[in-house]
Design a protein around this ligand. Structure first.
Ligand code: ZN
Ligand code: ZN
Length: 301
């Protein structure tokens, strides 16, 4: 299995002198199994360069897995060269939405108000599959999905191939008890409005059970996980659907992860900050092989 990072930035592309080392393109990861099957995870702006590379390599069947349809995970698709090549097949998988199909959502971003070429004008054959929690097989590679905790339906993907397991979390946040945690501006708790529901002690059990389920899912040789925030930042952004770095590391350690890649860097995070934080985390958690994702980085398993 070969894994290559084409886009590691969260939320919005952030090119410039402060992101030249880790990269400014949004989410896109390529995986190629030992039989040459190509899997692409997310279609952020990083997919543009990947598309040119795939065209050069004459890869004509591509399996694209979307974790969720926020802009930073689909925005590069209109610039994906293989979609314009006749004879190519692109299988797009993504989480089910109850109000629109995955195809409709992908079509919408190529509406003429936003983009000059419509989805119908693309020359490749494009197939769609809306996924719930499921397991599917492509060649000898198995892909298993689990819902993420994000403010839209999202999926985490587990890829099992030739005895190796890779998990890509997409955007996700630890589960927490919303009723007891949220404070209103006057200092009172949201809990006051839902006193009866909040008294239900089962909520904490459900939260713990969901986090344990996520941790069990993350057990892998390589875990690529959302770690957009520092602990300090996370206090301000809880509920935005992203994880704090240290919590991800502790979760991964507990899961027995062999290698942890902290991904989906905040758009305002500079190279300098990432270069400072990375060794601090390595030093604090020496038992886990962990590092930040970088655009262009390749891992062989
Ligand atoms: Zn994102
Ligand atoms: Zn998102």
């Amino acid at each position: 299995m070969r894994v290559k990072f084409w886009g590691v930035r969260g939320s919005i592309a952030s090119p410039g002198k402060d992101t030249m080392i880790f990269g400014g393109n949004t989410s896109c990861i390529e995986m190629e199994d030992d039989d040459g099957n190509v899997f692409v995870f997310d279609a952020g702006t990083g997919i543009r360069a990947l598309g040119m590379d795939l065209a050069k390599r004459k890869v004509n069947t591509i399996n694209l897995f979307i974790t969720h349809t926020h802009w930073d995970h689909i925005q590069g698709f209109p610039f994906f060269t293989p979609a314009y090549i006749p004879g190519n097949t692109i299988n797009i998988f993504g989480p089910i939405h109850f109000e629109k199909t995955l195809q409709k959502i992908m079509d919408l971003q190529m509406d003429y108000a936003y983009f000059p070429i419509s989805m119908q004008q693309l020359n490749a054959k494009i197939n769609y599959r809306d996924l719930k929690e499921a397991s599917l097989k492509i060649g000898n590679t198995e892909i298993i999905t689990k819902y993420s905790n994000h403010p839209v339906t999202g999926l985490c993907y587990k890829v099992i191939s030739n005895g190796k397991t890779i998990v890509y979390s997409g955007d996700t946040e630890p589960y927490y008890n919303v009723l007891s945690a949220e404070k209103k501006p006057d200092g009172s708790s949201v809990m006051d409005d839902f006193a009866e529901a909040a008294e239900d002690e089962n909520i904490d059990d459900i939260v713990a059970e969901r986090n344990a389920h996520h941790q069990a899912f993350c057990k892998s040789d390589l875990l690529i996980h959302d770690a957009q925030y520092t602990e300090e930042e996370y206090k301000k952004f809880r509920g935005w659907g992203h994880s704090p770095m240290v919590e991800v590391i502790k979760m991964a350690e507990g899961a027995g992860v062999k290698q942890l890649v902290l991904n989906h860097h905040d758009p305002v995070r500079t190279d300098q900050e990432l270069l400072e934080i990375e060794p601090q985390l390595k030093k604090a958690y020496p038992n886990l092989d962990l590092f930040f994702s970088r655009e262009g980085m390749e891992i062989k398993l």
